[in-house]
Design a binder for this molecule. Structure first.
Ligand code: CMP
Length: 168
């Protein structure tokens, strides 16, 4: 953690992935970043704006965004953690079947907040009002991906975005 600026003359400390603003040792805010993908089933049905509205209405800000069409190999690297799972090939095939929208979202407790907004991985188990409940087609075609923790978020953001592309 480094002292990077001051607010009203008091030192303010920030860390990179998890930005806490600390005054007199009291944490006032925990601003976090998470990585998000709007998946092929959603981009094909023109749902990008509806999904972004869900994030924004819940208090998350889009601080980086790009629409890209992954190759199967690029999808394979992104989902390498699932390499041994029986659905890995199907997942990589699907993620490279049409364009995706990759995003960095920022806000208080962004990682867990985003997971709440998305809902359970399987839309059959997702809560009312969540993205997956409203839009997902199946467990595989579940409309969105979101990082599951701070380390994963940092890794996933760096796979898709350079520092220059993230505007907070
Ligand atoms: P995501 O959050 O992107 O992380 C891994 C993805 O694998 C997950 O969402 C699902 O879309 C997909 N997935 C998980 N389990 C299965 C499964 N049993 N069959 C097909 N796809 C799956």
């Amino acid at each position: 953690m480094n002292a990077t600026m001051s607010i009203h003359g008091f030192p303010t400390f920030t860390s990179h992935a998890n930005r806490h603003i600390i005054l007199y040792g009291v944490i006032k805010m925990a601003i976090q970043r998470t990585f998000s993908i709007i998946k092929p089933d959603a981009t094909k049905r023109n749902l990008t704006g509806a999904i972004v509205a869900k994030f924004e209405n819940a208090g998350l800000r889009v601080i980086a965004q790009k629409k890209i069409h992954l190759t199967k190999a690029q999808a394979g690297v992104f989902y390498e953690v699932h390499k041994e799972r029986p659905f890995y090939d199907e997942l990589c095939e699907y993620m490279s079947s049409a364009p995706i929208v990759a995003q960095v979202l920022e806000g208080e407790n962004a990682i867990s907040l985003n997971r709440e907004i998305m809902g359970a991985t399987n839309p059959a188990e997702a809560a009312e009002g969540t993205i997956r409940k409203e839009f997902a087609l199946s467990l595989g075609e579940n409309s969105v991906h979101g990082s599951d923790g701070p380390d994963t978020a940092a890794l996933e953001i760096s796979y898709f975005f350079s520092g220059l592309e993230i505007v907070s």
